[in-house]
Design a protein around this ligand. Structure first.
Ligand code: HEM
Length: 512
């Protein structure tokens, strides 16, 4: 018995020593012999990916990357096989049209079509992506946007009406504007994706289906970390049955709604009207989307097209409230442009120069996709930002770090819309504006960029046209308190609203 115990202890000690030697060898290799050894970065982060994972899970990865670039310069090796850049040339080199050989990094995006799935646009391989995008792009064209204008405006108007009801007769009730922006963007995308509204603005609450979209952000980061260790497939085993069930219901709910919409014969200008109209046509060389791709893309539209836009609307509102003179200038521009709400059109809104400057600046100081979206260098290696990176290296443009770097922007942490206008060029003309690509760049950039701009202009302008806003005490540090879990984990943006137009005069906006 004693012999057996001794032999177990021996085996254990030997295995542990072997493991320690393996780990130490790997760390030494990563620091002294790795092909990326000459790239600057913190010693520990260059030796093990654990440091990056700790930063990701802490919710402060954006600050970590910002500090790394401030210390080490525009190129940082922040994990053994991963390099982060903040120089604008990288957009063209690693994301641009000539960069098809820089595929999306599977360590971040997961499985691709080659492995038997039928993913939608975001994680499909280049060939499948090109086919899908050619068809779906019709739903986001200028023509489609024009036809969707009255749908967008009906939700902006419903938002104003519901806010009026919520703040009460004396305007003393506080409102969480982040929540109201979410209601609006989810209702709009729900209508465009499923052909019917989700009724969030009317019911003034999230449905369980919408709540579960927000609830999954931390889990998504945990999955990202597990994926790097090849353990993602085990996440399902450790998840509580209740979460697994919720996930299943969520996916099924989306599929059922898409199927219900596809069964309808309608000319409403939603996404599927354009997709079906343009599938298999001569100009599309007989291209079609599979049912699985339709289901998958519906989920993508509901995620990519809602939270992002509502985030930006909240961020802009917050920064404007913190800069009262700029808020006053924007409000004046909007109120001078439209005497009646009927006059508000997406064409007229796109002529408001200060509004666009505020949107640009909001996207810069508070980019909805703050973490870099990694690409994998081609097998033979490539030149990026004047430096040779070996094949398979994960390359990313770190948006938050780039936009908050004095190497790219003067007064990087300040909200200065004027830097985007001719009047600001004397002071801010040396900004590296080519670094600014909040919708990404190249063939896999944001398909909803134009829709997002129209939506942000319309919703922000509507709210500022009708209300004066005051930021409540508890939300004074709204941005500083936030975590970045690839996307922002936002708290309530508590505000007081005072109607500046006599909204009650309008029949449809009467209080009950
Ligand atoms: C302020 C708002 C928005 C921002 C900042 C934003 C940003 C982005 C970014 C950075 C990507 C690239 C993702 C990647 O490379 O993995 C992307 C992709 C995408 N976005 Fe947006 N987005 C916004 C709004 C929207 C809206 C309103 C829609 C409408 C459905 C939308 C639909 C999409 C789609 C479908 C893709 C995938 C495109 C493709 O792979 O071909 N986005 N977005």
């Amino acid at each position: 018995m004693a012999d057996l115990a001794r032999s177990i202890v021996h085996t254990g000690v030997l295995s542990l020593s072997f493991l320690l030697i393996l780990v130490a060898t790997r760390l030494i290799y990563n620091i002294f012999f790795h092909p990326l050894r000459s790239f600057p970065g913190p010693l520990l982060a260059r030796s093990t990916v654990l440091i990056k994972h700790r930063a990701l899970l802490s919710g402060k990865v954006h600050i970590w990357q910002q500090e790394l670039h401030a210390k080490y310069g525009p190129v940082v090796r922040y994990a053994p096989d991963e390099i982060s850049f903040i120089d604008g040339t990288v957009w063209k080199e690693a994301y641009g049209y000539g960069a098809h050989n820089f595929p999306k990094d599977p360590r971040f995006y997961g499985l691709d079509a080659a492995e038997g799935n039928s993913p939608g646009l975001i994680s499909s391989n280049n060939e499948s992506h090109a086919r899908q995008r050619k068809i779906v792009a019709h739903a986001f064209s200028d023509k489609a946007l024009k036809e969707q204008e009255s749908l967008l405006k009906s939700y902006a108007e419903l938002l104003l009406k519901q806010l009026r009801k919520t703040i009460g007769r004396d305007g003393s009730s506080k409102v969480d504007l982040t929540q109201w922006y979410n209601f609006t963007t989810f209702d709009i995308m729900g209508d465009l994706t499923f052909g019917e509204p989700l009724h969030l603005l009317e019911d003034t609450t999230y449905t369980p289906w919408v709540s579960s979209i927000f609830g999954n952000t931390y889990l998504a980061v945990v999955a990202l970390v597990l994926r790097a260790w090849g353990l993602e497939k085990y996440i399902n085993r450790i998840l509580p049955a209740s979460i697994k069930e919720k996930r299943k219901v969520h996916q099924q709910h989306s599929i059922t709604r898409v199927e219900k919409r596809l069964a309808k014969k309608t000319d409403r200008p939603d996404i599927w009207t354009y997709v079906l109209r343009n599938s298999g046509k001569a100009n599309n060389e007989g291209l079609v989307l599979t049912k699985a791709e339709m289901h998958n893309n519906a989920g993508l539209f509901m995620f990519a097209g809602t939270e992002t836009t509502a985030t930006e609307l909240s961020g802009m509102t917050y920064y404007l409230l913190k800069n009262p003179q700029r808020m006053a200038r924007l409000t004046k521009e909007i109120r001078d442009a439209f005497t009646a709400y009927e006059d508000v059109t997406i064409n007229k809104l796109s002529e408001l120069k200060y509004l666009d400057a505020c949107i640009h600046e909001g996207l810069r100081v508070y980019p909805p996709v703050a973490y870099g979206l990694p690409r994998a260098a081609p097998p033979g290696g490539a030149n990026v930002n004047g430096q040779w990176v070996t094949g398979g290296t994960s390359v990313q443009f770190a948006q938050y770090a780039a936009y908050h770097s004095p190497a790219n922007f003067k007064d990087p942490d300040d909200f200065v819309p004027e830097r985007w206008l001719p009047e600001g060029q004397e002071e801010y003309g040396s900004d590296h504006k080519e670094a600014f690509q909040p919708f990404s760049f190249g063939p896999r950039n944001c398909l909803g960029k134009n829709l997002a701009y129209h939506e942000m202009r319309l919703v922000l302008a509507s709210v500022l046209w009708a209300y004066d806003i005051e930021l409540c005490e508890e939300s004074q540090k709204w941005v500083a308190d936030q975590e970045c879990l690839v996307l922002w984990h936002k708290g309530p943006l508590m505000c007081k609203l005072r109607p500046v137009r006599d909204l009650l005069r309008r029949e449809s906006w009467k209080l009950e």
